[in-house]
Each structure stands twice: as structure tokens, then as C-alpha cells.
Design a protein. Sequence first.
Length: 207
Amino acid sequence: MSMDPTKLERAHLVLADGSVFPGHPYGARGTTTGEAVFTTTMTGYQEVLTDPSYTGQIVTMTAPEIGNVGVNAADAESVDGKPHVAGFVLRDASPIASNWRSEQTLDAYLAEHGIVAISGVDTRKLTRHLRDNGSQNAAIGTAPVEELLRRAREAPDMAGLDLVRQVTPRAGSPEHHVVAIDFGAKKNILRCLVDSGCRVTVVPATT
């Protein structure tokens, strides 16, 4: 029985406080930085990946197995259909994508969109650490731990960053006019307004 070559590769998630979480590279290869956070949602990993409110953040999934139903274009939350997370952390990556709606594996989807991710992480330990110590910057990659720590500590603080302009969607409808102030609006919210007969103008929250 041959071993999955990705399991022979090593990657690390390193928090700015020096905490190190080993794992395996997943998705795109490289290094990424962002604010490490977690989500306790049990389903909908694609919705999490494409949720504009996660822009600039490395999201940890607390559900143990991720990727088992693959990815499809219909489930994206963002208007452009692309993932907005800075990085992705998971415990067990499903080796198969088994669902009639699946168009692509999660691994291939992340690689296509340049999202650096890490699998095999003790996400329970990481989540407890973030819960007890608060969200903080982190780095993911196959580079030496010392390099990842430096990158994490040099990453810009999320506070004060103008991320709204990066995620502001545009939508429209010919009837009632609704002005939405965007703090990271999900596509489904705008879609519901449009389905209700509204013309939607999205205004960045900073204006």
C-alpha cells in the first residue's frame, strides 16, 4: 500500500505568541499570514471559505473531517464565487469527494485559488488556545518555524485595515431601491433582497 506523498510533507501553523502547530500542506503551496480565528460550524466549509467577512483571516474548522462533499459553484457566499480567507486549517482532510453536486475536490479548489491551507492540525488544541488567549496573527507554510514566526509577528494588525473595499459586492434589480452598508455582506443576503424585487446599492462602510 503506497503512502500519500502529501503526508510525507510537513507544514506548520505558527502563532505570533510563538505557539507551533504541526501538520501537512494542503491546497496551495507557499506561505500565508492572517488573523487566526475558528468557527464551530459543523457543515458548510465552502460557505465559510467564500464568506467575505473572513477576509484577511486564517480560519480553523472545529469539525473534524472536512472536504467529504467536495466543492461546487452554487454554494459560494461571495458574489465573485471566490474564497476570501487568508488561510485554512483543518484536522482531517477527506481523501474523497462524494456528492452528486460536487464539481471539484476541496484540495484542488484551494490550490486553484491560491489559498494556503494545512491539514492534520490538532484543531481542538488550537481552538482552546485561541479561545483562552484571543485571536492573533499567524503564519502557515512549509518554511522553517523561525521564518513563519517572523512572518506572523510582522503581519499587519487587523485593527484599522480597510478590508471593506476588498469584499464589497454589487447587485441590482429594477424595482425597489435598497442601500446596504457593507461590513462584509454575504451574497445570499443580497440575493434575497433581489429576489424580493429590490435594486440593491452596496455602500462601503467606510464612506
